[in-house]
Design a protein around this ligand. Sequence first.
Ligand code: PLP
Length: 397
Amino acid sequence: MSMQLAERMSRLGTETAFEVLARAKALEAKGKSIVNLGIGQPDFLTPEHIVEAAVKALRDGHHGYTPANGILPLREAVARDIHKRLKVEIDPGNVLIVPGGKVTMFFAIMMFGEPGAEIVYPNPGFPIYESVIKFSGATPVPLPLLEKNGFAFTADDVLSRITPRTRLLIVNSPANPTGGVSPKAEIDKLVAGLAKHPHVAIMSDEIYGQMTYDGREHVSLLSYPEIRDRLILLDGWSKTYAMTGWRMGYSVWPKSIVAQAERLAINCHSCVNASAQFAGIAALDGPQDAVHKMVAAFAERRRVIVDELNAVPGISCVEPGGAFYAFPNIKGTGLNSREAETLFLEQAGVAVLSGTAFGAHGDGYLRFSYANSVENIREAMRRIRETLARTGTKAAQ
Ligand code: PLP
């Protein structure tokens, strides 16, 4: 008799970013030069004062378990930060500190998803949404994000997908992989429309909330009191403070279900690394100039990559409003997304991700992460132009 896995394991997807990263590393090990525009993390180090706070916490003896929902001073710092940035009062009792942004989505989806339930999610979107929805047994209902709308969701698109079986609506602005930012007017309309669907919980993934460009405004769903009793906010330190490896995230839950979320945490990870939580306080309460500097660097790189992409025959790229991704349309090259991903990696030595890694509606697009230096971005684009010209794709003929 061999081992027998639970059936649900066959429904669990993955994040192909990690596979492309492995292929890129394997090519590098063989001596090939690779410019990595595949990975979705800031190329900066965590600011020094944040690192120091963690070191101090370790030296001060914070080596044990913490409360499952996180230490109170950190949850209070989250509430202060939300008040400062969004002018919204929240109760630190509704905050759950979790090991990374992903944990909030796993908990929210597992809390609402089961066979017969429907969950609406952005497509193209962060691949883990669809993966965990399927894992939970619920039916994934894709919300197509369209290039013609700058990859922002529209209220009508969302509301038209809600049925009596809808349990959870997932929205993500600024978005991965497209950089789309939904304007306030659409969000107002969405929230107004949701009044007719009081059975629907909402998870708003705002992990890129501090990364918007050209004066675009990040509108948090937390600023709508009328949905607070069914809103789960996903945020964290990974992107804003260049802390992806620290595994630090937080969520704000409706009062009625925060205890359930905490129970999931107790069953799953007990609590977040104690010293990392002290680093989290230093990040939120300390100077924010490092954040502003990083965002300014992303803004400059965004300008470079969008202009460079639009100069390639067969490729066009709408302005991403936020995050650090560009999502160009490559249909004019005659290549599909997977072909382009492989060609660029193996021939040009540039790692990017196929749009289909983010769902079926990503076909015909690629995701470029511009969390890399201007010099590397220019080099990557030079290699891509040269490879497309050499391999004689449709646009080059
Ligand atoms: N949400 C979105 C939209 C993301 O792009 C990511 C990471 O890439 C996450 C959540 C998860 O972040 P974390 O690394 O904190 O788990």
